[in-house]
Ligand binder design. Structure first.
Ligand code: FES
Length: 237
């Protein structure tokens, strides 16, 4: 049986199961902590830092930090929300995210977070990198312009033997995620759909299918991302 412990989030006393990650405990208590690289049921990686909270005064990623008895967590503060907003802006300027022409528009977590955090015009200059759209695989299109290197596809899309179908290739600032050269042929229709679904942005698109859900009726078109309806305090840039 799970051991129940007490934690506080923004001064609110919450119950949590020992060993649970902070994001999970917060969600069960109806408190929203934004995430991007994290995906339920997939081992957390802690790469995007959008879920950063303060634990007993120290900055920690909520998706990789397990709760402990008496933990005091700060989440919805203007300092942390400004940090999260800056991360979203940096991701937007680092790639080429042209939402109106993206099949994932309305389902895109980066876009939804940008709306939630009131990103108007990023305060950083756009870098407009030259990146490829790889349509060589028979089942999917991998658009490197939109990839945020969260590794969700690498961690979640695996063959029967538990091997990742997606992999990193190249190095340093040229690093990219693509279908593994050897295992790519094992990408079934189901796994291709899963890859598209776990991708938080529009970097993996299943071929020969589109607009099954019309624009305006998509996941985040009418309801903002997050489990609460609280307003967050961030400035407009
Ligand atoms: S969601 Fe926690 S670091 Fe990305």
């Amino acid at each position: 049986m799970d051991t129940i412990i007490r934690i506080t989030i923004d001064g609110i006393e919450c119950m949590a199961s020992r060993g649970q990650y902070i994001v999970e405990a917060a969600k069960e208590n109806g408190i929203y902590i934004p995430t991007l690289c994290n995906y339920p049921g997939v081992k957390p990686k802690g790469s995007c830092r959008i879920c950063t909270v303060k634990v007993n005064g120290k900055l920690m990623t909520a998706c990789t930090t397990p709760v402990s008895q008496g933990m005091q967590i700060e989440n919805n503060t203007s300092e942390l929300n400004e940090l999260r907003k800056a991360i979203i802006e940096l991701l937007l300027v680092e790639g080429n995210h042209f939402c109106p022409s993206c099949e994932k528009s309305g389902f895109c977590e980066l876009q939804a977070l940008a709306y939630r955090f009131k990103v108007m015009v990023p305060r950083f200059p756009y870098s407009f990198p030259l990146r490829k759209v790889d349509a060589s695989h028979p089942k999917i299109i991998k658009d490197q312009n939109r990839c945020i290197l969260c590794k969700r596809c690498i961690r979640a899309v695996k063959d029967d033997k538990g091997r990742s179908i997606f992999a990193y290739r190249r190095r340093s600032h040229r690093v990219e995620v693509g279908v593994d050269a050897k295992l790519g042929k094992l990408l079934t229709d189901e796994l291709a759909q899963k890859a598209m679904d776990v991708c938080p942005v529009g970097s993996i698109i299943v071929k020969e299918k589109g607009f099954a859900v019309p624009i305006g009726e998509r996941k985040y078109d009418n309801k903002p991302i997050g489990s609460d309806i609280e307003n967050i305090s961030v400035s407009k840039h």
